[in-house]
Design a protein around this ligand. Structure first.
Ligand SMILES: *Cc1c(COP(=O)(O)O)cnc(C)c1O
Length: 416
């Protein structure tokens, strides 16, 4: 702080101290807030909407933002803060802000950074609701978005306008697992004076840390691998303290897309097992993808961990050598009608996999994207997106790999 600055140093909440080289697995279990005077070992769940102040002067200092403290759960709660600190530690960012869902994290991102007349460049392959939110809702408020190829950096560069403020990417994509080059997109963004935000839902910080590759902000749906057990809906933005405190916290204070402390606690505890789940689920996904590629009932497999994947090398470099837990494949069949019938047969023969569009669960999920997550697209849009009628997406969980193979073999053997 400069000597000419008349403002006194803001009084901060205590932090846990760690050695600078402490590892991700340790932070995943230990980062948070110091325990209370009761010495609880597991993190406390603070189900309270507001917090008391010792006296009126302290209340005034806290409302004037001169003292960091818990005031009101819409924007400050100890359980939520423990989740934010732990997630930021895992992503290697200075700070994080928790939101009620992954989509509300993206809403907060746009509300905080952009105004009418600003322009966004976004991959065409991002989560469907992200496209609807940017194009539809924010389009109404005068924020324009250009959608470009997931993998062709030249298209991103060509889409930049003088008013471009944000580039938005998600990698790998759903369900085709296309990988974009985060470092290259960061260069394109920064050359244009824009920020790069990356939706890191599919990899989680256990595999991929986008700000280490140059991204400015990370979006999470905590609903997926961070919770990892399919229990709650949650989200977050990770980034610099400057952006989180000065840009996003004020919007959270007035707009209130807050994460409930209960859900924050669930996701906080989910983070403790994140890296072992991601390693185990990625290993099973690779084994399943390899087996599927050799099955006569399968026309094609999409999985970044397979050498046949078009961006395999980039994915391995960017994702710490792991492919993630999502595998998509095409059931064989002549023509769209037969392909869909065969895909349905594979799904309907399963007895273990859950037929649901969610992912990031310890329970393996199976879905037919063309008639569910991408069912609202026209057939032409689906063809352009590469989502054919034979396609099946599997998000691999923690069941035994041989049981999963047997579960899929039952339907696949019936169509060959
Ligand atoms: C699920 C998902 C979201 C939205 O998250 P919610 O928590 O469901 O709101 C955003 N991005 C990706 C990649 C997702 O898979």
């Amino acid at each position: 702080m400069s000597t000419t600055d008349p403002k006194p140093e803001k009084k901060r909440l205590p932090r846990k101290e760690f050695a600078p080289d402490v590892r991700l697995e340790t932070l995943a279990v230990r980062e948070g807030l110091p325990s209370t005077e009761w010495g609880e070992n597991s993190e406390g769940l603070f189900l309270t909407s507001s917090f008391n102040h010792p006296d009126a002067a302290t209340a005034a200092a806290r409302f004037a933002n001169e003292e960091e403290a818990f005031v009101y759960t819409r924007f400050s709660n100890p359980t939520t803060m423990m989740f934010e600190r732990r997630l930021a530690a895992l992503e290697g960012t200075e700070a994080a802000i928790a939101t009620s869902s992954g989509m509300s994290a993206i809403m907060l991102l746009v509300m905080g950074l952009l105004k009418a007349g600003d322009h966004v460049v976004c991959s065409r392959s991002v989560f469907g609701s992200t496209i609807k939110l940017l194009q539809g809702e924010f389009g109404k408020f005068g924020v324009q978005t250009t959608f470009v190829s997931q993998t062709d950096v030249a298209e991103w560069r060509a889409a930049i306008q003088p008013n471009t403020k944000l580039l938005f990417a998600e990698t790998p994509s759903n369900p085709l697992t296309e990988v974009c080059d985060i470092a290259q997109l960061a260069e394109v963004a920064h050359a244009a004076g824009a920020l790069l935000a990356v939706d890191n839902c599919f990899c989680s910080p256990a595999l991929q840390r986008p700000t280490k590759l140059g991204a400015d902000l990370i979006i999470h749906s905590g609903t997926k691998y961070l919770d990892g057990q399919g229990r709650v809906v949650a989200g977050a933005i990770c980034g610099s303290e400057q952006l989180i405190e000065n840009v996003f916290v004020p919007v959270m204070r007035s707009a209130g897309m807050s994460l409930s402390p209960f859900n924050a606690w669930v996701v906080l505890k989910g983070l403790e097992t994140l890296s072992i789940r991601m390693a185990a689920q990625s290993a099973s996904a690779l084994a399943l993808a390899t087996w599927l590629e050799a099955h006569p009932g399968v026309a094609r497999v999409y999985y970044p961990g397979l050498p046949s994947h078009p961006q395999h090398e980039l994915a391995m470099k960017q994702q710490g050598g792991l492919g993630g837990a999502v595998v998509s494949f095409i059931a064989k069949g002549e023509g769209a009608e037969a392909a869909r019938r065969n895909a349905f047969a594979v799904i309907d023969h399963t007895r273990i996999c859950s037929i649901t569009s969610n992912l990031g669960d310890t329970k393996t999920t199976i879905t037919h994207p063309a008639t569910t997550s991408h069912g609202r697209l026209t057939e032409d849009q689906r063809q352009a997106a590469g989502i054919t009628q034979g396609m099946i997406r599997v998000a691999v969980g923690l069941e035994h790999i041989e049981d999963l193979k047997a579960d899929l073999a039952s339907g696949l053997n019936s169509i060959v």
